[in-house]
Design a protein around this ligand. Structure first.
Ligand SMILES: *Cc1c(COP(=O)(O)O)cnc(C)c1O
Length: 362
């Protein structure tokens, strides 16, 4: 398939001075670029249009299915400016395939891989000036998403769907630098059930995580860790990040992908980087009891969370109303920080891309 993009430039983009002021301190999620991508799909016709248009609100009927039944999926991917000025993204075909997996689960049409990658390229072609200079971990965070746009209050898969791409210049996800964060253990709130939508990147998973997130925030934690819905004993992941545990003997473990955990691309890449270093990485069930005992005995020396937005974040504590599990203050060479350095060096073109992960956008 090849679909032709129609480009309508924003007649009133932000001035260079205004844009530069934003790029000086791009608070995560607060600002958007001058354009967006819109592609429309209709039942029996397929993808019928692809446009780049000025950034602005969506005109939508109040009966649009997404507003009532949450039929939507999304992705998160970054554009990095290299020192030579070129613009790159990281493993976009992985995101394209995951968007398709999410879409299938939510009964949405699949965005063809080429259309996904081309949509990123098209947006960067008009908004390249929004990709920040490569300092202080600044990037352009890109948010592709699909929504059920048909106005029809009956319950069935929508017959008109929009795929859109917006972008937001960002600095570090957590303000205040890389320091270990405290994690709230959700004991009365599950994120994803068996055969549910846990493996799909869909808004509903986030909606169902917010109550526990609020409880965590009220108790001094910045993120929430969810346990499996079936038994409430095994660790799954955070609201928007995957988890790793480092053992004293050098092994590393991460919860296995069993249909309820998001298939993180950062997770997958870190596993590959660790295997390159000869580290044994186990993908398996990890119970909260094992982590509790491992932290108490010193068998677990480190834990970290990972995702595109925050890259890698070391974890200092796991907390609930009844306990606080504190990891030791990290030694001189924590694995999380050396992996973080290795991955970001590849992403910003400072290290050799030996796996062929980087894809040029502009
Ligand atoms: C997006 C997401 C992640 C991280 O995935 P990356 O591909 O590494 O960005 C992890 N967990 C959840 C629930 C997510 O939505």
């Amino acid at each position: 398939m090849s679909i032709q993009f129609h480009v309508q430039r924003n007649p009133n983009p932000l001035s260079q001075a205004q844009r530069e002021a934003v790029l000086k301190n791009p608070v995560f999620g607060q600002y958007r670029t001058d354009h967006q991508v819109v592609c429309v799909w209709e039942k029996d016709k397929g993808w019928i249009s692809a446009e780049v248009i000025p950034y602005g609100p969506i005109q939508m009927d109040p009966a649009a299915a997404v507003l009532h039944y949450g039929q939507e999926v999304f992705e998160g991917i970054k554009a990095y400016r290299w020192a030579d000025g070129s613009i790159w993204t990281f493993r976009p075909h992985e995101n394209a395939r995951r968007l398709q997996l999410s879409a299938r689960r939510l009964a949405l049409p699949e965005v063809p891989e080429e259309l996904f990658v081309e949509s990123l390229r098209q947006l960067i072609a008009v908004d390249a000036a929004w990709v920040p200079e490569p300092a202080e971990e600044k990037t352009l965070y890109i948010r592709p998403f699909e929504i059920a746009a048909e106005d029809f209050l009956g319950v069935r898969a929508a017959q008109r769907v929009e795929y859109r791409v917006i972008a937001s210049p960002v600095g570090p996800y957590f303000s205040g630098g890389i320091k270990p964060i405290a994690i709230w253990i959700a004991l009365q709130s599950a994120r994803a059930g068996r055969y549910g939508t846990g493996e799909a990147k869909t808004g509903g998973n986030y909606a169902s995580s917010l109550l526990a997130q609020t409880e965590g925030n009220d108790n001094g934690c910045s993120q929430v860790m969810f346990l499996d819905a079936q038994t409430g004993t095994c660790i799954e992941e955070l609201g928007g990040m995957n988890l790793f545990f480092v053992f004293k003997d050098g092994r590393v473990a991460t919860p296995m992908l069993d249909g309820t955990i998001l298939r993180g691309i950062t997770r997958k890449s870190l596993i590959e980087l660790m295997q390159d270093r000869g580290i044994e990485v186990q993908e398996r069930k990890i119970s909260l009891d094992e982590v509790r005992a491992g932290i108490a005995s010193g068998a677990i020396t480190e834990s970290f969370a990972c995702g595109t937005a925050a890259v890698i974040t070391p974890i200092g504590q796991f907390k609930s109303f009844s306990e606080t599990l504190s990891l030791p203050a990290s030694g001189s060479e924590p694995l999380s920080l050396s992996l973080r350095e290795e991955l970001t060096a590849i992403q910003y073109g400072r290290a050799e891309d030996r796996h062929g992960w980087m894809h040029r956008l502009g």
